[in-house]
Design a protein around this ligand. Structure first.
Ligand code: SF4
Length: 171
């Protein structure tokens, strides 16, 4: 199917959250589930952002030469791709920059991020995707503000929705 055109544009956080929650309502009536990065792990809490920091997975890109820390760090992430490139394949040989690999978020738990310490969704959000953080802030340990706001807004909205439905159902 190919890919859409890449446009650097972000809606406001408030618009994003309210429109996402509206989309959930509309989809529900049609029997469709909609999802969003921030709720992928709604029922799968963890301290680690994804399999790369958790399970020591690295990724060979489709060009068969670059080895990246994770799938998230793709070309639209600009300079972050370099930060997350940990090796290459040449012929039948695999070269890994061990020092660089060890500097990336292996077993880096959300509990180590100061901003996230007392967040009510920290084990669902896990401090956002390290590659996205690096692309937005130049630092994989610094959560992207936009994603932080929308995750809190969406999860709060879904909890309120569920609570309201249950409360109405009890009457
Ligand atoms: S929503 Fe924000 S504060 Fe909460 S865990 Fe995610 S990045 Fe941290």
């Amino acid at each position: 199917m190919g890919r859409g055109k890449f446009v650097r544009w972000l809606p406001s956080e408030t618009n994003y959250v309210s429109n996402f929650l509206k989309a959930v309502e509309v989809a529900e009536k049609k029997g469709i589930n909609v999802t969003q990065f921030g709720i992928f792990d709604l029922f799968n809490p963890s301290k680690y952002a994804c399999v790369s920091p958790h399970k020591y997975k690295i990724v060979v890109m489709p060009n068969n030469t670059d080895v990246l820390f994770c799938l998230g760090a793709q070309e639209e992430f600009g300079a972050a791709v370099k930060l997350f490139t940990v090796g290459r394949i040449s012929g039948k040989k695999l070269y890994i920059n061990k020092r660089k690999l060890e500097s990336l978020p292996f077993k880096f738990s959300v509990d180590k991020i100061k901003k996230c310490k007392s967040c009510f969704i920290k084990y669902l959000c896990k401090g956002i995707c390290p590659a996205l953080n690096a692309a937005r802030n130049g630092d994989w340990k610094k959560p992207d503000n936009f994603s932080c706001h929308i995750r809190k807004g969406i999860i709060k909205g879904l909890l309120v929705k569920k609570y309201t439905e249950l409360a109405v159902g009890r009457d």
